[in-house]
Design a protein around this ligand. Sequence first.
Ligand SMILES: NC(=O)C1=CN([C@@H]2O[C@H](COP(=O)(O)OP(=O)(O)OC[C@H]3O[C@@H](n4cnc5c(N)ncnc54)[C@H](OP(=O)(O)O)[C@@H]3O)[C@@H](O)[C@H]2O)C=CC1
Ligand SMILES: O=C(O)[C@@H]1CCC=N1
Length: 269
Amino acid sequence: MTTIAVLGAGKIGEALLSGLLHGGRSASDLLFTERHPERAAELTERYGIVGVEVAEAAKRADVLVVAVKPQDIEPVLDELAPLVGTDSLVVSLCAGLPTSLYERRLPAGVPVVRVMPNTPMVVNEAMSAVSPGTHARPEHVALVTEMLSSVGQVIEVPERQQDAVTALSGSGPAYFFFLVEAMIDAGILLGLPRAVAEKLIVQSAVGAAKMLAESDEHPVILREAVTSPAGTTINAIRELEKHGVRAALLAAIEAARDRSVELGKAHEG
Ligand SMILES: NC(=O)C1=CN([C@@H]2O[C@H](COP(=O)(O)OP(=O)(O)OC[C@H]3O[C@@H](n4cnc5c(N)ncnc54)[C@H](OP(=O)(O)O)[C@@H]3O)[C@@H](O)[C@H]2O)C=CC1
Ligand SMILES: O=C(O)[C@@H]1CCC=N1
């Protein structure tokens, strides 16, 4: 079985480890590195996965998944450089960081695959987009795709699209959580108990997501089917349009894309 090491087991690193376990991998095939011993102990207790030093991760793992914040990448690259070679496979989950950064800083020929996943990995419903770097061969992409398929769905995109992907699906779950949070607040405004409002909105979100995933209909058609003539929904839609919610989403996602580009530029040589 492939051994996978996650370098930096924070939010997304933990989501990946947890999803891989749910997806059927054994804890003995997984490793992680963390800079705080308390955090490492917490993860080992929760999942039975061992925390190791980077050198041991590089020695034992077939796939090294970098999951530190983009701002923390420099020391990780310094540490990895003497430990990896053309037999290694480095996978970057970091927003904005191009594969060319890794290729410049690691020994010549090290294969690198850039991935933008999202946190629904914990329930094996991630959306991950993969882009091979210069030295990544089809078998590397296949290995990464196989790993990510056990935690959700995977598509391959040209690397130039990764900043847009990051803004859409990488950050995407946060927009839905934000919307759900606001809709629960609306329930409170209308006088419903919080638990009732939560149940109504979360199940409506689950149902709507399932319809989006399973029906062949465009979202516009699904929305029109809810919007009865002279009914309640059209009154709500008029307010959403009046408050510029569509324009706000376009601007928000564009701003996220711009930040991803900026994070990459911060490490240009
Ligand atoms: N969160 C998300 O939904 C997604 C995140 N990503 C990407 O994943 C990366 C991580 O994001 P996220 O999980 O949110 O961030 P976190 O800060 O939660 O996770 C990063 C973890 O790495 C640790 N760390 C930092 N440097 C080192 C090091 N040298 N060795 C070992 N561990 C280290 C951090 O410790 P400390 O706490 O001390 O900083 C932290 O625990 C980012 O690059 C982000 O762009 C991609 C897709 C989705
Ligand atoms: O907010 C972030 O920067 C990371 C990348 C995508 C989702 N979370």
